[in-house]
Design a protein around this ligand. Structure first.
Ligand code: BYC
Length: 315
């Protein structure tokens, strides 16, 4: 088959909802787009452990601490499934990690904001994991098999994360005036950055058209963002709090909430590495990697020892 025929039968498979697997023929651009998105996603999970890890030692009770530790461990697991899925596209984990540590690779803008109070743990769970899960439910049906399968498991854990975030805020929303103020302040700070997680407007999104044709993405950035606004605008009523957007109102004609304009300058500034915590996040990852060198060396030495023992037994 020539390239044209290969491309035709590839698109035909996508159109018939047949998953693309690592050893199947795929256009180079499809491989690169998946690698870009999956590795960015993996990095987001790993960097995403930092803002929450910040509160493990200061959680207000043993129960909250245990829940937060479990959640942060889940994020580490998500990162590992995703690095494994990305490796099937022909790159090494070492290379991906090097790209993250050097600042070459992107990760979600949201993790470059600081977590200032305990209420931020609730807001991150409810809003950040809430935004992530909408995107990830769609990705359970993405066309690349290893990515779709990783997503199924991740979504199960992510929906627990969102509920625990909401419950944390619900408790604060019924607390003292100080706790209620802390809850509202966290919502105010995390609302707009959460909307930015879905990426630029469709008209500015460079990758969306092709990714939708290849069914890597099934919904556009704006469609998912609207779905998120509609969901949160209802859920916030249960908290008795408000969203920091005076333009937010139900539009009967559209059957959706209208909402205000996102500060895109802020978004691109954070994506380009100049957000409030970009430098701090990369420094923390680099330090953790350097300090973990002995663990990797020990694991490799142990694996070598086991392999040598096996060889002796076979001989
Ligand atoms: N931040 O053409 P577009 C989590 C970049 S973590 C930074 O629309 P695409 C969690 C984009 O990469 C969940 N960069 O791109 C963990 C592109 O640049 P390049 C993270 C962004 O890929 C711990 C350029 O802007 N989720 O759940 O079609 C604790 C143009 O954009 C962002 C995922 O990673 C951003 N927000 O669509 C708690 C989901 N947005 O690469 C929770 C997987 C855009 O061409 N990823 N850019 O140089 C996706 O679904 C898609 O990649 C996106 C962007 C929707 C994010």
């Amino acid at each position: 088959m020539n390239v044209h025929d290969l491309e035709k039968s590839f698109q035909d498979k996508i159109d018939r909802e047949i998953k693309i697997e690592p050893k199947d023929w795929m256009p180079e651009a499809y491989r690169k787009t998946n690698l870009r998105q999956i590795s960015q996603h993996a990095h987001s999970e790993i960097v995403g452990m930092l803002p929450e890890g910040n509160w493990i030692s200061r959680a207000p009770s043993l129960k909250r601490k245990a829940i937060l530790i479990a959640k942060v461990q889940d994020e580490a697991g998500h990162g590992l499934y995703l690095y494994s899925a990305a490796e099937t596209l022909g790159t090494s984990r070492d290379q991906m990690i090097e790209d993250l540590h050097s600042g070459k690779a992107k990760y979600s803008s949201i993790f470059n904001y600081p977590t200032l109070t305990w209420a931020d743990m609730g807001a991150v769970g409810w809003l950040v994991d809430g935004a992530a899960i909408l995107n990830q439910v769609m990705l359970c049906r993405t066309s690349y098999g290893p990515y779709a399968r990783a997503m199924v498991r991740i979504c199960k854990e992510e929906s627990f994360h969102q509920r625990q975030g909401f419950e944390t805020l619900l408790v604060l929303s019924k607390g003292t005036p100080e706790q209620r103020a802390m809850c509202q302040d966290a919502i105010n700070r995390w609302w707009w950055p959460s909307l930015m997680m879905f990426g630029p407007k469709d008209s500015e999104s460079t990758n969306s058209d092709q990714s939708i044709k290849w069914k890597i993405k099934r919904k556009t950035n704006d469609e998912l963002r609207q779905q998120f606004v509609d969901m949160i605008a209802e859920q916030i009523k249960l908290l008795g709090m408000t969203l920091p957007d005076t333009d937010l109102k139900w539009n009967e004609e559209r059957k959706h909430y209208d909402f205000g304009e996102i500060n895109w300058e802020e978004f691109w500034n954070v994506v380009k590495g100049n957000g409030p915590c970009n430098k701090q996040r990369l420094a923390a990852r680099n330090i953790a990697h350097d300090e973990g060198a002995w663990v990797r060396a020990a694991a490799l030495a142990y694996a070598q020892k086991r392999a040598d023992r096996k060889k002796v037994k076979v001989a």
